[in-house]
Design a protein. Sequence first.
Length: 121
Amino acid sequence: MEKFFDSVMRALNRAKEEYGSGAALSEASGVSTVNISRWCSGTRSPKVEEISPIMDIIGARIVLPGDTSTGKEESTPKRLATLEHEIAMLTKERDILKGQVELLKELVRPSQSIEGEKKPA
């Protein structure tokens, strides 16, 4: 099994290659160029909280021992679209139920026996 540090360094180097340089990766992630340079040269090891912005922009996940998630979470835009669809469906269902409640209210209102009296609206 690959060691955590080795996995992080592989992801960091992949990110640096994808962005073309440490400076471009720094600009995209908000992580200082100095830190990226030190990590890549082996002068300093990154802390999880320092490396996480880079992991986020390349879509890498840090999985800790005991993590039971599948790692297959939906991306934020896809998850948002799914939630918006669910909200629309629930809103439609709510409107149908409101109509059914109003109909039931009409059915259970007592009939008025005095002629000429109108049912309340």
